[in-house]
Ligand binder design. Sequence first.
Ligand SMILES: *[C@@H]1O[C@H](CO)[C@@H](O)[C@H](O)[C@H]1NC(C)=O
Ligand SMILES: *[C@@H]1O[C@H](CO)[C@@H](O)[C@H](O)[C@H]1NC(C)=O
Ligand SMILES: *[C@@H]1O[C@H](CO)[C@@H](O)[C@H](O)[C@H]1NC(C)=O
Ligand SMILES: *[C@@H]1O[C@H](CO)[C@@H](O)[C@H](O)[C@H]1NC(C)=O
Ligand SMILES: *[C@@H]1O[C@H](CO)[C@@H](O)[C@H](O)[C@H]1NC(C)=O
Ligand SMILES: *[C@@H]1O[C@H](CO)[C@@H](O)[C@H](O)[C@H]1NC(C)=O
Length: 677
Amino acid sequence: MALLSMISLALLVFYFSVTLHEAQSEEFIFEGFINENERRILLDRASVLKPSGALRLTNKTKNAIGHGFYFKPIQMFSSTSPNATSFSTYFVFSIVPPASGQGGYGLAFAIAPTYQIAGAAAGHHLGLFNESNEGNKLNHIFAVEFDTVKGFNEPKDSNGNHVGININSMDSKTSRPAGYTDINNTQKEDEIDMHKGDPIQAWVDYNGVSKIVNVTIGPMWQQKPVKPLLQHSVDLTSVVKEIMYVGFSAATGDTPASSHYILGWSFSTTGAAPPLNLSRLPIPPADKDSSSFQFSLIALIVALCVVTVLLSGVLLFFKLYKRMRQFETLEDWELECPHRFRYRDLYTATKGFKDTEIIGVGGFGTVYKAVMPSTGNEVAVKKITRNSIQGLKEFVAEIESLGRLRHKNLVNLQGWCKKKNDLLLVYDYIPNGSLDSLLFHPKNDSVLSWEQRFNIVKGIAAGLMYLHEEWEQVVIHRDIKSSNVLIDAEMNGRLGDFGLARLYDHGINSHTTNVVGTIGYIAPELARTGKASTNSDVFAYGVLLLEVATGRRPIESGQFILVDWVMECQQMGRILDAVDSMLGSSYVEEDMKLVLELGLLCSHQRAEARPSIRQVTRYLNGDEKLPSVENWGSIDSSRLSEINARLMQLRSIEMTSTSYNSSSNRFMSTNSIDAGR
Ligand SMILES: *[C@@H]1O[C@H](CO)[C@@H](O)[C@H](O)[C@H]1NC(C)=O
Ligand SMILES: *[C@@H]1O[C@H](CO)[C@@H](O)[C@H](O)[C@H]1NC(C)=O
Ligand SMILES: *[C@@H]1O[C@H](CO)[C@@H](O)[C@H](O)[C@H]1NC(C)=O
Ligand SMILES: *[C@@H]1O[C@H](CO)[C@@H](O)[C@H](O)[C@H]1NC(C)=O
Ligand SMILES: *[C@@H]1O[C@H](CO)[C@@H](O)[C@H](O)[C@H]1NC(C)=O
Ligand SMILES: *[C@@H]1O[C@H](CO)[C@@H](O)[C@H](O)[C@H]1NC(C)=O
C-alpha cells in the first residue's frame, strides 16, 4: 500500500514537472540563418539555407514545396488554462519572381502539428493542404498566407497579391490585398506588391485572452504600421493541438516559379516579438535565382556590352594581325632560312625607308643606311623593287649560300628579306663609300695615294680569289667594277654586290643572248655568248686595274675606250703616259707598270690568254714575274673596239626599254627572270 502511494506520488511529481516544463515560454530571434542558427531550423523538401544567410523555401522547380520550421515545438495551450497561448511573431520575407508580373505561388507563416506536412500539395495549397484534406479539422493548421496568385474567393479584379488568414483550409477566413496604412493616415492603404523581390516586414500577433489575431505588413525600414491589415477573431484552442511547430511553408506551381525567402524572424510567447536589426539581415538575393525582368534587362545590356567589347577586340586583333601579315607574308620555305631578316626590323632600322637614310642608288635598287634595332649594328640595306620576281625561291637558296661567304675583302651579305615584290639585301655597312666616287669625285681633294690604290686592288684580287677558288663553290661575280668596290675604315677594298648578279642567273641561263654586266667591263666572249665565267670576271678585274692606275673610266663620252688607249700607250712603249695625272710622280714605277700591264693582260680579248685570279695574285705579290707582252698572244685591238662599239649600239637600243639603267651604264635584264620561266 505504501509502495503504491509512493509510486502515485512519484508519478504526480513527474506529471507536474513535465507540465511545468511544457508550460515554459518560448522566445527566439533569427537575423539570418547561418552559423549556430542553422541547427535551430528544420528544413524539409526544397528548402535550403543560402550562404548569404537567407532561408530559401523553394527552388525554381515547378510544383516545388519547401518547409522551414523552428526546431523546438511550442506549447500552444495547457490543460491548466482554458485560453490559448498568446504569441507574437515578426519576420522579413522576399518573393523573387522569375519575371515581372509572373511567378507563384506564395508563402505562409504556419502553426502545424509537424514540421513535415505529409501529403501536402504544391501550387495553390502552398505545401500545407491537399485536395482531399482541404477544410478538414484534423489538419490542425493555422496559417497566414502571403499569396501572389489569385485564390478561390478572390474578387475578379484582384491581381492575386493578397494576404489571408487560413484555418485548415486554403479558403481564407479573411483576406485582403497586400498593403499597409501609413502611421499618420489610418484611412488610406498603400498597396505592397509582394512579388517584386523587395523585402517585406510582417507581424502576426495573437492574444489568447481577447482571442484576436492581427496581421500587419509594411515595407522594409519602416516602422510597424499602427493599424493591422487583417484582424480576425479565433480561439486557437479549437484549431491547434497543445504542442505545435511554428514556421514557414511555400510552394510553386505550374506557372513560372518564384523563389521564396525568409531573411529574418523573431518569435515570442511572452510579449511582442523581439525587434530585428534590419541592417544585419541577409541582402535579398540578387543571385541567379532572381531573374527578375530588371535583372534580365541589366544582364542583357551587360551581355551586349561584353559582346560588343569582345567583337571590337576581335576586330582590332584581326586588323593588327592583317597589318602584321602585311609586314610578314611568309611562305613555308622562307621560314627555314637563317639569313632571313624580319621586314619590320628593316623597316624600323631604315626609319621606314626614309629618303634621308639613302646612301646610294645603284643599278638594281636603292641602298639605305640602317641601324638594327636589336643589336645597334650598322648595316646597308639594298632595296630592289620588282613587279614580279619569279624564281625567287631558287634565288633565295643561292642567297642562303652566299650569305655564308665571309672574307675581309668582300662586303659580306648578312641576309635578305622579301616583302611582296620587294627584295631587301642586307650587307655590311662600309663607311668610306665606293672606289668609284673616291677615284672620280674625291672629297676635299683627298686623292687616293698610290699605296692606297695598290692595296685596294690587291685586296680585291684576294676577295675574287676567295670567290673563284677558295670557297666551296665557284662564285662568279659578273659585275666587278669600281662602283662595286667599297672602301672600309682601314682603306681596304671590299668587293660588293655579288649576291645580286645571281638574281639574274636563272634568266641568263635560258636566255643567253642577254648580257649582264656594265659596259666597258664586259668581256668579248661574254658579249657574244652571254656566258659568264671566272675569265670574264678576270676581264672586268683587268679593266678595274686600269681604272685605278689611270684614274679614267672604262668608256668616256662614247668614243674613249680605256683598254684600247692603254694598249696603244703600251704598244708605243710609253705605258706610264696612262698614269693618273692626279698622282703626279708619287708612285712606285715598278708597281705601276705591273698594274697597268696586268690590267691589259687580264682584259685580253681571248679568254684563254687571261691569267687565273690565283696567278693575278701571285703577280701582284711579286711571287711570279709577269710575262712580257710579246708572249701574250696576238692582241687585235680593233676587234676589241668593235665589240665595245657593238655594245654601244646595243645600249642605244636598250635605252628605250627598262632593261638598261643609264645612270650606271649597266644592263639589268629586267625581264630575264620572267622570260626565263
Ligand atoms: C528542387 O527541390 C526538389 C526537392 O523538393 C528537388 O527534387 C529538385 O531537384 C530541386 N531542383 C533544383 C533545381 O534544385
Ligand atoms: C492529403 O494529406 C493527408 C495528410 O494530411 C494524406 O494522408 C493524404 O493521403 C493526402 N491526400 C492526397 C490525395 O495526397
Ligand atoms: C507623421 O506625421 C508627423 C507629424 O504630424 C511627421 O513628422 C511624420 O514625418 C509623419 N510620418 C509619416 C510616415 O508620414
Ligand atoms: C490588434 O490591433 C488592435 C488595433 O487595431 C490593437 O488594439 C490590439 O491590441 C492588437 N492586438 C494584438 C494582439 O496586437
Ligand atoms: C481566459 O479568457 C477569458 C476571456 O475569454 C478571461 O476571462 C480569463 O481570465 C482568461 N483566463 C486566463 C487564465 O487568462
Ligand atoms: C544593427 O546592426 C549594425 C551592424 O551590425 C550595428 O552597427 C547597429 O548598431 C545595430 N543596431 C542596433 C539598433 O542594434
